[in-house]
Design a protein. Structure first.
Length: 114
């Protein structure tokens, strides 16, 4: 995927727009975290808690999961670093696959994750 042209669509005062970066990513991840917590509760499990251990566990074990929770972003940059295959400073673990992330989080908690 190339970083050019990617972003989150929005509608403000009746006009379409596009956002990117932390302004788009933070609410996207917060919303997904709320849905993950709801699904964990439905499974009778505790809430997600501190995310970093779970996210890196998922990245390390993605080949063992039903579907990879992250899409590797291999093109573009953040003006300081280029996106390359695997983890990088520009895109971190990549973009989320929301459904796969949700299922992976349930497996992480069921497996005794932090």
């Amino acid at each position: 995927m190339s970083g050019a042209g990617w972003g989150v669509g929005s509608l403000y005062a009746g006009r379409p727009g596009q956002g990117a970066g932390a302004s788009a990513g933070a609410p996207l991840w917060a919303g997904r975290g709320a849905v993950i917590n709801q699904d964990l509760e439905e499974e009778g499990l505790r809430e997600a808690g501190f995310a970093s251990p779970a996210l890196y566990w998922m990245a390390q074990n993605s080949s063992k999961l039903p579907a990879p929770p992250f899409h590797d972003v291999t093109g573009g940059n953040n003006l300081a670093s280029d996106a390359i295959p695997g983890w990088d400073f520009a895109t971190g673990l990549g973009s989320m696959d929301a459904a796969a992330l949700d299922k992976a989080w349930i497996l992480y908690i069921k497996g005794g994750g932090a």
